[in-house]
Ligand binder design. Sequence first.
Ligand code: ADP
Ligand code: K
Length: 436
Amino acid sequence: PGESPFFNPERETMSREQIEAFQLERLKETVRHCMNNAFYQKKFKEAGITPDDIQTLADVRKLPFTTKQDLRETYPFGMCCVPMRDCVRLHSSSGTTGNPTVILHTKKDLDEWANQVARNLWMVGLRPDDVFQNSSGYGMFTGGLGFQYGAEKLGMLTVPAAAGNSLRQIKFIKDFGTTAIHAVPSYVTRLYEVMQEQGVDPRRDTKLKVLAIGAEPHSEEQRKRIEDMMGVKAYNSFGMSEMCGPGVGFECPEQNGLHFWEDYYIVEIVDPETLEPVPDGEIGELVLTTLCREAMPLLRYRTRDLTRVLGRSCPCGRNHVRLDRMRGRSDDMMVLRGVNIFPIQIEKILMQFKELGNNYLITLTTDEDNDNMTVEVELAEMFTDDYNRLQQLSKDITRALKDEILLTPRVKLVPRGTLPVSEGKAVRVVDKRKVY
Ligand code: ADP
Ligand code: K
């Protein structure tokens, strides 16, 4: 692509009309391709439709939804639309209950996926002279190989550092002249703490300039903190195994929402109850249809992620839909005394207090038949023993939280390093409530 700001200028700068014409063609092909598979044949029959019913882009709404449940019930290979001999990679999501979900890829699928990831990294200014350290889990977790192949495709020297072992990470960053890192946001804050302990100043002692952070919900406040701490630009990266993995949506340098790549997906936001589309700007469930997958195309897949449309144009020159940062999955929503609360709302408040560190844990309990919330949060390093100051701080936090979530949680301030840190996605909520 030379020195163009676009990795794939033709696709990235399509007008809305071009995007939609492209999508319709691809949608028709995808639907026809799905008819190779018994699961889809049955679904289509039940819905009383055939591929010929897709004549306009709006006809996507005639298609049946697919869900994680479908993937579980057809585990492991029941939703594959190509002969097994054409599949070259398998990824599987954690799945704490029942069967995990399996996603298969052909060579072409992997190639397209790498293109998607490379497009994102190019978009935020990374070039072949950059050194990319991938500090996310490898193995089944798609953030590992997904970023590896994408960064290599772009041409960067790519370091598969994997998650954890912060001392080694820091040594690599310094020795290899790492300029960009991919990691989950909760791990970046951990890495920074270890840098501090080691007397390493990321601005002075490293060449870091860009971070790709994602795979878990985080607030704008958390991002700003990460940027300040590390002296970098941090870009939100959205991915999910069912849609390949990383590369589905990414922020451009404007940092005004995630561009979801509509040459790869049809993006719908629906009301999770009625399943009808919601107007732009309103929060709903993200539903995605893949447009160029061979092994496992997914039609109208219900992601359970809640977000909203921010716009369909951008000063960066891309017209691919911009979505707001995810507020969490519908399953992350806590219902306490009839009030709906997302962990991210709590994080947003905590991050506004400079006296607080980055790690926090929400515990839900039942006391005397009432639901209660305790928020434990680590103090920043300037930990104080001044009882009165801590009392006042905890009062201020409680009040700010109450304004946001309309309930009064118990706030516990704990020293840095007290709360558990996970190597993968952070665990923010422990629900110990009685089930009646
Ligand atoms: P698992 O399903 O085991 O968690 P995935 O890696 O497929 O594994 O997780 C995908 C999910 O992670 C998304 O559906 C979404 O809930 C969350 N996620 C990924 N990226 C982001 C992001 N940038 N912001 C918020 N949530 C994200
Ligand atoms: K290189």
